[in-house]
Every structure is written in C-alpha cells, then in structure tokens.
Design a protein around this ligand. Structure first.
Ligand SMILES: Nc1ncnc2c1ncn2[C@@H]1O[C@H](COP(=O)(O)OP(=O)(O)OP(=O)(O)O)[C@@H](O)[C@H]1O
Ligand SMILES: C[C@@](O)(CCO)CC(=O)[O-]
Length: 511
C-alpha cells in the first residue's frame, strides 16, 4: 500500500464526505449520536471525557444514501476491445440508482431488492462464508487490483446462490442467481462479519440487456456503495484535488470490474470504466493482469445521435463467447478483422480531435459516419448483428438519414445512428413512425454525462413543501413507488429540469 492510499483512507475521517457523515447523521438521524454539543451540562472536564468515551462505544448508524451511475454507448470498437484493441465509449443520461438503507443493529441481514427484474433476496450476514473469504491466502483489500475471479471463492458462494428464486422459471432464476452471485462475491471480498445489516434497492432507467451497459451501472453503484459503507472513499467534495478524486474513482472502477467479471465472464472493462468516470473515454486493455489504458476525452463532441432499441434482448456473455469461438476457429482472419476495427477506432479519434471538427458540418460528420458504417460491417462479419439491427440500417439508409452501427454487444440490443446535418423533420418523423410501428423504441439521450455520483444523505430538494425543512427524504417506500422511468427521474434524478440537482455530488476527476 502506498503512502497515498494510507492517507486517502485515514484522511477521510478528517474531511470530505466522511466528516459530513457524522454531522448529517447527528442532525438528520439525531438519535444515533445523541447530544454531541457538550455545552449544556456544565459538569466539568471528567464527566465530559467520560461522556465522550461513552459516545465512542456507539457506532452511529449511517443515513440512508444513494449512488447513481450512467449507461453508455460504444461509438467504436466493441468486441475488438475484449481482444486488446481500442474502443471509444461515451456515457449517456440514462442511469441506475441504488438506495442503501442501513438496518438497526439487531437486524443481521443483507437484502437485495431489484424490482426491475423482480428479484428480492435476503441472507443472514452471520451465515455467510466469511472465514473462506478472509483466509490470508484469499483475503483481498479495497485497494487491490483483482483481474480474475477466484474459483474457490466462487465455489464458496454457490450454496447461497443455489437457493435464490426457487420456483421461478429457469431463465429468470439464472439472471437472479447471477445478480446474487456477483453481489455476494463483492460483499464477501470487501466486507467483514461486522458489516451492518442493510438493504440495497436498485432502480434503473436503462433498458436491460440492450447494449447500453446496464450491468456495468449496477456494478459501479454496488462498488461505490460498499466502498462508501467501508469508509474507504473520501469525497466527493468540492475542494478535493483532482488526483485524489481520480484515486477514488479508480478504486470504485476496480471493484466494479470484479462485479462485471461475475456477470459476463470476460469483460474488457470499458463499460464500467466509462460509467464510473463519466464523459467519454478511449479505452484499451492489452494485458488483462494490468490496469487498462484509459484516456479521458473531456471534450468529446455532442454528436447528433439517434439511439434505437430493437427490443430484442441479448446476453453480452453469449455474444462475447461467439466472437471468441470464431477467433479460435479462424485466428488469422478474425485477427485481421479485429485489427481493422482497431484502425477504425483510432481513425475516428483522429477525426474527432481535429481542430476543425464541427458537429454541424456534413463533411466532419460524414468522416465519422463512414467509419461507423465500416465498424458495423466488421461486426456483422463477426456474427454479432441481428436482423432487427439490419432493419434499422435499411430504414435509415433508405431515407439517407445518417450512418448506423450496432452499439454494445449486438445480437439484438441497440443501434446508434449519427444523423446527417440538415435532414428534414419530415424524414425523421417518417422514420420514427416506421420504427414505432415495427416495435422499436427510440431513446432521447445526451452523450458525455457525469459518472458515478453520491447523494448523501438521500434527501433532495424537489420544489415541494419539504424544501423548507431541507428537502424530501428518499426512503424505500417512495423510491419503490416512483412510477416508471419518469417517476424515478422526477424523484431522484441526477439532472432536474434546470441542470444538475443540488445534493448529488460527483468526484471531480476532470482536469
Ligand atoms: N435494472 C436492473 N436491475 C437488476 N439487474 C439488472 C438491471 N439491469 C441489468 N441488470 C443485470 O445485468 C444483466 C444484463 O447485462 P448485459 O451485459 O447482458 O446487458 P447490458 O449491460 O445491458 O449490455 P452491454 O453489456 O452490451 O452494454 C442482467 O441479466 C442483470 O443481471
Ligand atoms: C461487447 C463488449 O465489447 C462491449 C459491451 O458493451 C464487451 C466488453 O467490452 O466487455
């Protein structure tokens, strides 16, 4: 461990979010800390010291808090990135929100509540296999870089995963077991038996399995939540130096990758990286035993994109496996295709970074658009497109509306179309009507949004009466009751009608 890391952890008890914990806990939950003022009894130094010592014994309950992370689109380079090539990804305004509720001390349970996939499960903390995970040969720390799952640890949680969602259809059970497994693996690695009982409730505005990185957002939220509960993160706070903020974000990303490994088997890490950091990144992982190379693209242009969901679910793990098998069968040929994708990605970056690149200019956009079309063609040759994705291309190409490629793992999921400047409203309306008739869903989204954010405590000003008392408390009940994506956005959304909402805080990694 470096000196920086030691300071990062210890330092947080002095400043940043952590000092807020105590203060906020005292003022909102009140009861946990009791009267910390010490000026009212006037009984002298001894009683004051005793009082402080007494107080120290009670570890205050954390307030309910929330974390949020954005989905993403891959502009170029999906699949090739799994094989060590470069990819460009940008975060989008669709997000996942995780509410973390600490239970009273007597409750020794941990619960996952994922209503979007109809999953709810509770484990007794004292019955989890802590001894296996804390064995010196296995123990991992919050600052470790974990690049592969430990088969013994995976085996140790199998009995707990097996019991999940008994009685549900096999397909659904598999998804639930995956969620349970990835959570338990991270919880047992990072936590300890003294962890407080808690409930993790997740809602997302990102379509599931659509190539928009839904799983990565959950991974990022879970990682951030657990690291915050462990008090191993300082910030986010406004005065935090960027390099400290980057260290925090890096830690969240490392553990989010572990969670993704459990869900996907062999992720590149691009999805969790862009979701943690936000904005856009050029990402490459040449050596899986080392951290990836990540180049933030803070000035990523606001490309005019149309995002279309085929509403055909796919599994990223299955699509990645398809490409791996094809590469195994035709190593040279597939190797050349992956090299070509890499060339597409580096060429796209060169174009976007040119001083004269202009999102209103047909010439600028055509350059990037043609590369996107080539990228799609290469993905088709890797076998990861789908007739529904080809249909979007057909409709867009027929009207000359722009340049289309699949985004994410393919096999269904979403496509992105870079819109040609000056396309008439009439043509766009016609396309949108047609897409709707054929069961597609169009998404309005902004590229290059904030990364992982924290709402501590889970209280927001929402222009209603409660604002006078500091805001509205987000609790389990109102979070679960919020209707649909709009309800979730209205209740807890990172962005309100007038930009970023007061309360949500982000690590200031940009510089
Ligand atoms: N809202 C959600 N609630 C609970 N679990 C979710 C939610 N969204 C995604 N997941 C988890 O993520 C899995 C989907 O991950 P998958 O990687 O296949 O799709 P994706 O992340 O949307 O797409 P891609 O990886 O191509 O960007 C689900 O099976 C589930 O385990
Ligand atoms: C298909 C893939 O390249 C992108 C999924 O969003 C998989 C990965 O990078 O982990």
């Amino acid at each position: 461990m470096t000196q920086r890391e030691v300071n990062g952890v210890n330092g947080l008890h002095q400043d940043g979010l952590e000092s807020n914990h105590i203060h906020i806990n005292g003022s909102i939950n009140g009861s946990a800390n009791g009267n910390t003022n010490g000026t009212t009894n006037g009984n002298g130094v001894k009683s004051e010291v005793r009082k402080r010592m007494d107080r120290k014994k009670s570890s205050p309950m954390m307030p309910t808090f929330m974390v949020s992370a954005p989905g993403k689109v891959i502009v170029c380079g999906e699949h090739a990135v799994v094989h060590g090539k470069a990819a460009i990804a940008a975060s989008i305004s669709l997000r996942s929100y995780l509410l973390v509720t600490t239970l009273s001390k007597s409750k020794r349970t941990v619960t996952l509540t994922f209503p979007d996939i109809d999953f709810n499960h509770t484990w007794n903390i004292d019955e989890l296999p802590w001894s296996t995970f804390s064995h010196p040969s296995k123990k991992k720390y919050y600052y470790d870089l974990v690049t592969e799952l430990d088969p013994d640890l995976v085996a140790a949680i199998q009995p707990l995963v097996r019991d999940v969602s008994l009685g549900k259809p096999a397909e659904i059970r598999k998804v639930h077991q995956n969620s349970a497994g990835s959570f338990l693996y991270m919880f047992l690695n990072l936590g300890s038996q003294s962890f407080p009982g808690c409930q993790y409730t997740l809602r997302s505005t990102i379509p599931i399995g659509a190539g928009l990185g839904s799983s990565a957002t959950i991974a990022v939220c879970m990682s951030a939540a657990l690291l915050l509960q462990l008090r191993t993160l300082s910030g986010p706070h406004p005065d935090q130096p960027p390099e400290e903020a980057r260290l925090q974000v890096e830690r969240i990303n490392r553990w989010a990758f572990v969670y993704e490994m459990f869900i996907h088997g062999n992720p590149s890490g691009v999805d969790n990286t862009v979701s943690t950091q936000g904005k856009a990144v050029m990402f490459q992982r040449k050596d899986y035993s080392k951290p990836p190379s990540v180049r933030p693209l803070w000035d990523f242009p606001e490309l005019p994109l149309l995002l279309v969901d085929t509403r055909t679910a796919k599994s990223t793990a299955a699509e990645v496996e398809k490409v791996r098998k094809l590469k195994e069968a035709h190593p040279k040929l597939v190797g050349s295709i992956l090299d070509a994708v890499d060339k597409v990605t580096t060429s796209a970056l060169e174009l976007i970074e040119r001083d004269d690149f202009n999102t209103k200019s047909e010439e600028s956009l055509r350059g990037v658009g043609e590369l996107m079309n080539i990228n799609h063609g290469l993905l088709v040759s890797l076998g990861v497109s789908h007739p529904r994705l080809e249909r979007v291309r057909e409709l867009v190409d027929h009207e000359g509306i722009g340049w289309t490629k699949l985004t994410g793992a393919g096999g269904g999921g979403c496509s992105i179309t870079l819109l040609r400047p000056g396309v008439s409203r009439q043509k766009l309306d016609k396309l949108e009507r047609q897409l709707e008739e054929e069961g597609y869903q169009k998404f309005e989204t902004t590229l290059g949004c904030d990364g992982v954010g924290v709402l501590w405590p889970a209280v927001l000003r929402n222009g209603m009466d409660q604002d006078e008392e500091g805001g509205m408390e987000i609790d389990l009940e109102n979070f679960l009751r919020a209707e649909g994506n709009e309800g979730v956005e209205r209740l807890v959304g990172v962005h309100g009608d007038n930009g970023a909402r007061e309360g949500w805080k982000f690590w200031g990694v940009e510089s």
